[in-house]
Design a protein around this ligand. Structure first.
Ligand code: SF4
Length: 146
């Protein structure tokens, strides 16, 4: 008998726990892409009260395949305020940030998830997300390669 046609449960079928502790670790540290769509740029510029064109010139880079938020020389996201230790566009932050850690790449295997959890103290504790919740979040990901 082959396993053709069988639909295996994902490893997270019993659900996962996550609550953001607001530590800001994911906004600092190693460089990485935070992709933004035109709508994300519009919302962020509007939130900051600046022109979109200015936002693009000052805060975006194309070094990550798609338009992405830049990093400061010290590795912090350009939208991270070290004065307040908060994201300056938090209410309108890009989906990549609001969906974290429920990214396709981190949900691929338990190992991928646990590797990310080493740097994020909010993973594996706090709010319970059922498999249904996780599926809903996965469907919201605008990037399959996220
Ligand atoms: S590293 Fe995790 S707990 Fe800390 S701010 Fe980012 S998502 Fe929240």
């Amino acid at each position: 008998m082959t396993d053709e046609g069988l639909q295996y449960k994902p490893w997270w079928s019993e659900g996962l726990n996550f609550s953001c502790l607001g530590c800001g670790r994911c906004c600092r540290g190693d460089p990485g892409a935070i992709w933004v769509s035109d709508a994300d740029v519009e919302a962020a510029a509007d939130h900051l009260g600046v022109y979109e064109d200015h936002f693009r010139r000052s805060f975006l880079t194309k070094r990550w395949k798609r338009p992405s938020l830049r990093e400061k020389p010290n590795g912090e996201c350009v939208m991270y305020s070290s004065l307040t230790s908060r994201c300056m566009i938090y209410p309108v932050r890009p989906p990549q940030c609001s969906l974290f850690p429920f990214w396709p790449s981190l949900l691929r295997t338990r190992e991928d998830w646990d590797k990310a959890a080493v740097d994020c103290p909010g993973m594996n504790s706090g709010r319970f997300f059922s498999a249904e919740d996780i599926e809903t979040l996965l469907l919201k990901s605008p990037y399959k390669d996220l």
